[in-house]
Write a protein that binds this ligand. Structure first.
Ligand SMILES: Cc1cc2nc3c(=O)[nH]c(=O)nc-3n(C[C@H](O)[C@H](O)[C@H](O)COP(=O)(O)OP(=O)(O)OC[C@H]3O[C@@H](n4cnc5c(N)ncnc54)[C@H](O)[C@@H]3O)c2cc1C
Length: 331
């Protein structure tokens, strides 16, 4: 790859920006990568997310992209989960079920997870009123550990971190190329009016006897097993801009999940968290030549709008950013 001296600028230090930066640093020794953000870990959206691998709230993103990015991310997390980095990165396997009232078609991710199968009638007897279910093994990249781990890896490989709100791409035009991973911030940064928040909230519990994830999509609640905690969700409010947990939502989530899973009743509630998923009709991952306010042309790779699946798709997206950067430097 031929260098041009300005290096790569990445806007955003969430799971999407950090993974894009890490992928460039891994592949291109000597490329200076500078990460700009107004919020760093532990204050990004991914820090509060459970980190369950499963495509969710990605709008009309083409199925082929979801499956490819998701598969590459699954394989990356799986490698970490089998390595000596597993504990620090918060990566591990979990067993999981999805349970429904009525028949549901196989999901698009059934060949990515391990051991996907339909639950038997006997298994479903534990969930009255539910006649369909899937069981499988998936992976977690637990947000509270994984985003910190990505930050540390980027620092170790020489990334420069600058805390700054970028209000105009001209501010970063000294770089050869800029990767825009600003999530919800893309609304203002590049004037993308199609980006919208999808508020979600979870209750963190201590329930060490719970070893298995359960998702009740018809009721909109789930129970996900973390390394120390069990995460109870969830909610999905399009257009709500306020990340503060809503007590009424918490009450609904708690009542519904303990009705469906009575064994959770003795769990100690240790926290609540709300966050804004960066929604968009489709994930935006493409290169663009942007005409700047100062008259220059800047090559930008947009990588934002991952909705409820940033931890599920990030590594595949980072790999695509890396390829686009290679193409740019080869021109
Ligand atoms: C309750 C909840 C549970 C979730 N659970 C899961 C899950 O289990 N699995 C899963 O895959 N996903 C989950 N998600 C979704 C996931 O958290 C997001 O998709 C992901 O965190 C988005 O990452 P991001 O890096 O794009 O955005 P963010 O984490 O929001 O990061 C955006 C970054 O850009 C920076 N930025 C923005 N604008 C500017 C600017 N103008 N100048 C400088 N910096 C800027 C911000 O400071 C920040 O660093 C969940 C989300 C919520 C809310």
């Amino acid at each position: 790859m031929s260098q041009r001296g300005g290096g790569v600028g990445v806007i955003g230090a969430g799971v999407v920006g950090l993974s894009a930066a890490l992928r460039i640093l891994q592949e291109h020794d000597g490329t200076q990568v500078t990460i700009y953000a107004n919020r760093f870990s532990p204050h990004t959206t991914g820090d509060g997310a459970a980190g369950f691998w499963e495509p969710y709230a990605v709008g009309d993103t083409p199925v082929g992209d979801i499956v490819r990015w998701g598969q590459e991310t699954f394989e990356w997390i799986e490698r970490l989960a089998q390595s000596e980095e597993a504990k620090e990165s918060g990566t591990f396997y979990v067993s999981s079920c999805h349970i429904y009232h009525e028949h549901v078609e196989d999901p698009i991710w059934k060949d990515t997870v391990h051991g996907f199968r339909r639950m038997t009638g006997n298994e479903l007897l534990h969930y009255p009123g539910h006649t369909c279910g899937f069981a499988y093994t998936t992976v977690m990249s637990e947000g509270c550990r994984y985003v910190k781990w990505l930050t540390k890896r980027c620092k170790t490989l020489g990334a420069i971190f600058i805390q700054k709100e970028i209000s105009d791409l001209a501010e970063v035009s000294s770089h050869d190329i800029v990767v825009n991973c600003s999530g919800l911030g893309a609304r203002e940064l590049v004037g993308d009016a199609s980006v919208f928040p999808i508020k979600g909230q979870i209750i963190t519990t201590k329930a060490p006897w719970i070893k298995h994830c359960l998702n009740f999509d018809d009721e909109g609640v789930y129970m996900l097993v973390g390394s120390q905690n069990v995460y109870i969700g969830g909610s999905s409010e399009k257009g709500n801009e306020d990340p503060t947990p809503d007590p009424d939502q918490s009450k609904r989530i708690w009542n519904d999940i303990t009705r469906l899973v009575p064994s959770l009743c003795g769990a100690e509630r240790v926290g609540e968290w709300g966050g804004l998923r960066p929604g968009r009709p489709q994930v935006r991952l493409e290169a663009e030549e942007v005409s700047l306010t100062n008259g220059e042309i800047l090559k930008v790779i947009h990588n934002y709008g991952h909705g409820g699946a940033g931890l599920t798709l990030h590594w595949g997206c980072a790999e695509q950013c890396r390829r686009l950067i290679d193409q740019f430097y080869e021109q």
